[in-house]
Design a protein around this ligand. Structure first.
Ligand code: KIV
Length: 292
């Protein structure tokens, strides 16, 4: 028996309650690959979450919540993920863990916190795990990162890999276009995935690649692949929650909008502004009467 939560609607606070529900473990995520191969498992569902309330809403529906460094653009309005710091990741990671009871929480290691050496990566990852309670970290990169993936995995830190379009490398890549269009690039991406899988990654995000690359990769590694702009044949899918909720006017081609929340928020704000200006708000239901 683990916990789920009820939300106190007066304060929006989540109160843990006993329930026959258990947070998904990293070994269970890894096992999904074999279950899917046997026809017994469903694709892994992952969404990004950066705040406690979003985590509460997404958690019951997801196997994994990713505290992505995409929070740089989504929450902080930064031009890329490059300026994101460990402090930002730790603060948002802790909020998402507090708001979730079912999904495994994975936290991105920000640019500059893991590339220099496996030892540096361990210090950064250990800090994130201690300060947030997340179950695992994610880092970008292929074969060059394999020794780091092995170093962390062998020391008790589960690592999710991230290959293909790796946004932290935008200054090397020159943009966010799909990868793997040439045979040479396709082979390199697949070799990258194989290298980090062999080093112990428990799952690999494959982002922005030609579909055949994602399919071949999924067949050739023994851990689950989680696609974003990849293929429905990956072992799972991830999207940035704000993208799929329709919070932005423009989204990449691979995003399906499951709502138009941006438009609905703007419409609600417009109605609120109009009610304030016309003195229709607050009405009698929203003001306090003196005791009679
Ligand atoms: O930072 C992020 O949100 C990610 C996903 C796009 C996979 O890495």
């Amino acid at each position: 028996m683990s916990t789920t939560f009820t939300v106190d609607t007066a304060t929006s606070r989540a109160t843990p309650v006993a329930a026959p529900m258990k947070r998904l473990t990293i070994p269970a995520v890894r096992r999904r690959k074999a279950e899917i191969a046997r026809g017994e498992g469903q694709p892994l569902v992952m969404l990004t979450a950066y705040t406690v309330r979003t985590a509460q809403l997404l958690d019951p529906h997801c196997d994994l919540l990713l505290v992505g460094d995409s929070l740089g653009q989504v929450i902080y309005g930064l031009p890329s993920t490059v300026p994101v710091t460990l402090e930002m990741m730790a603060a948002h990671g802790a909020a998402v863990v507090r708001g979730s009871y079912h999904a495994a929480v994975v936290i991105d290691m920000p640019f500059g916190s893991y590339e220099a050496s496996p030892e540096h990566a361990f210090a950064s990852a250990a800090r994130l795990m201690k300060e947030t309670g997340a179950a695992a970290v994610k880092l970008e990169g292929g074969a060059a990162m394999a020794p780091t993936v092995r170093f962390l995995s062998e020391r008790g830190i589960p690592v999710m890999g991230h290959v293909g379009l790796t946004p932290q490398a935008v200054n090397m890549l020159g943009g966010y276009g799909a990868r793997g269009r040439t045979q040479e690039e396709a082979s390199k991406i697949i070799e990258d995935a194989q290298a980090i899988a062999a080093a112990g990654a428990f799952a690999i995000v494959v982002e922005g690649v030609v579909e055949t690359v994602a399919i071949e990769m999924t067949r050739s590694v023994d851990c689950p692949t989680i696609g974003i702009g990849a293929s429905a044949q990956c072992d799972g899918q991830v999207l940035v929650a704000e993208d799929m909720l329709g919070m932005f006017e423009r989204v990449p081609r691979f995003v399906k909008r499951f709502d138009e929340l941006g438009e609905r928020i703007a419409a609600a704000a417009q109605t609120y502004a109009s009610d304030v200006r016309s003195r229709a708000f607050p009405g009698p239901e929203q003001v306090y009467a003196a005791k009679s």
